[in-house]
Design a protein around this ligand. Structure first.
Ligand code: TRP
Length: 457
């Protein structure tokens, strides 16, 4: 029994086999395209330094406390994010309307997964390109051409999108514990080793000094209002918080594991991998006269150039894109799990049917991104193409709003005794730092960036 007199619930979908399994699953969710594809390209588009600084501040005062909040809420509710928020809302404040936060999260999940799957499809296509030696003797012009001819071909990208999404639904259909654990345990260390090898290459062969300066020398005049919102949004995206993915995983977490320590470890690993990826990409970009603000194709153009110049490049390239595909896969699984769990609990579907339904809806939405880079690349409104709008809506608006609601719920609505019983029954210093941050700093930071984004401050 916890302090508030509620017997600990058990999950309806099984539990992680061990604490390590949970850490691996959350790390697998966090580390993905966000670190290796998205972070370098949006840092490049937003002028580097100042953007990176805002991103790092957001990771610490926004992302980390929200990750802890999501896990604790998930573990306490032990259901899909909608039901968990409804249930805890009733327990803590007498109103089940908090379920809306979970529902909003399911919506963001569909949107994010829809484009995520398309970009992951690019990574799969690059496995084939690398293995068939396409990048031998590559030049800046040829890598650009390879990328453009892929992205602008809706049939090719649509096919890989379909295959990637089907593979994701397959793991989801078999249940979370089995598939993910094994994939992450092997792939994640391999990915880190390979990234360190590439970092060595970049340090020796790239323009490392210029890369470091670009990333870490803050030039605030280059940071726009949108840039700040993107930095905040990316802190959510890269840590998988703000939509309930981590909440859904927390629901399967055995009681008695330290949520705080685990969150710190995951956040540190995720941030380190993003910084290493950027430190690989930019020295190559500058040494080869590529444009740092090339956009979504940045990684797909800079890395192949490097591979073409190193001995054994084709093998290294193939391995890297295989690992990137796996990293994206474990992330996509976490994007699909909340909606699937909801369909099982609320609609009474079997796991396989639920996964198929979620994948079907996502697949159709994903076609918008497929077409954004090809047939409909000329159609722009508001922020740009369909992809630009889906990306901005989900990452810079929905995730921050979802995260804000989650942290307000954990910091203000939940009783101190309830959060302490999940995070630290002794309510030690770390707990008090979390609670203060969750109540004041995190909401203030999110609101400030959003207000600045719409031009009010
Ligand atoms: N964090 C993943 C990445 O960096 C993407 C991701 C997985 C995600 N689950 C999420 C983003 C939930 C937002 C919400 O690639």
């Amino acid at each position: 029994m916890s302090e508030t007199g509620i017997a600990r619930r058990s999950s309806l979908h099984g539990q992680w086999s061990s604490r390590l399994a949970f850490v691996l699953a959350v790390t697998g969710s966090a580390v993905g395209l966000g670190n290796i594809w998205r972070f370098p390209y949006i840092a490049g588009e937003n002028g580097g330094g100042a953007f990176v600084l805002v991103y790092l501040v957001c990771i610490v005062i926004v992302g980390l406390p929200i990750m802890m909040s999501e896990v604790l809420i998930g573990r306490r509710g032990r259901r899909n994010p909608v039901s968990t928020m409804t249930l805890l809302g009733k327990e803590e404040s007498g109103t089940g309307s908090w379920g809306l936060v979970g529902a909003l999260g399911l919506g963001s999940g569909f949107l994010i997964l829809s484009f995520y799957s398309v970009i992951a499809g690019w990574a799969v296509a690059y496995v084939i390109e690398s293995a068939s030696n396409t990048f031998e003797g590559a030049t800046a012009a040829s890598v650009e051409q390879v990328f453009n001819s892929l992205a602008s071909n809706p049939l090719r990208t649509g096919l890989w999108h379909t295959i990637f999404l089907a593979a994701t639904a397959f793991v989801i259909a078999r249940g979370v514990e089995r598939g993910i654990e094994r994939a992450v345990r092997v792939m994640m260390p391999a990915l880190v080793v390979l990234l360190l090898v590439l970092l060595g290459y970049s340090a020796v062969e790239g323009n490392f000094a210029q890369g470091v300066r670009f990333l870490f020398e803050p030039r605030f005049e280059e940071l726009t209002r949108d840039g700040m919102m993107e930095a905040l949004g990316h802190a959510f995206f890269t840590l998988s918080v703000g939509m309930g993915a981590v909440m859904a995983y927390g629901a399967y977490l055995p009681s008695g594991t330290s949520i705080m320590k685990m969150s710190v470890a995951v956040v540190a690993a995720d941030t380190a991998i993003a910084l290493v990826a950027a430190l690989i990409v930019f020295p190559i970009v500058f040494a080869n006269g590529l444009a740092p603000d090339a956009g979504p194709g940045l990684v797909f153009q800079s890395l192949p150039l490097a591979f073409s110049q190193m001995p054994g490049g084709a093998i290294i390239a193939t391995t890297l894109f295989v690992l990137l595909t796996f990293a994206a896969w474990t992330s996509a699984i976490s994007l699909m799990e909340p909606a699937t769990a909801w369909c099982i609990e609320k609609l009474g579907l079997t796991r396989a049917l639920a996964a198929t339904a979620v994948a079907g809806i996502t697949w159709i939405l994903g076609l918008l991104t497929v077409l954004s880079f090809s047939t409909l690349s000329g159609v722009t409104f508001l922020r740009g193409t369909f992809f630009d709008n889906i990306d901005f809506l989900s990452n810079s608006i929905l995730l921050p709003f979802g995260g804000l609601a989650i942290v307000i719920f954990a910091g203000w609505i939940m009783a101190r005794a309830s959060t302490a019983s999940e995070l630290d029954p002794d309510a030690g210093t770390a707990y008090r730092v979390w609670r203060f941050t969750a109540r004041y700093l995190t909401p203030l930071a999110v609101v400030a960036v959003l207000l600045r984004g719409v031009g009010l401050i």
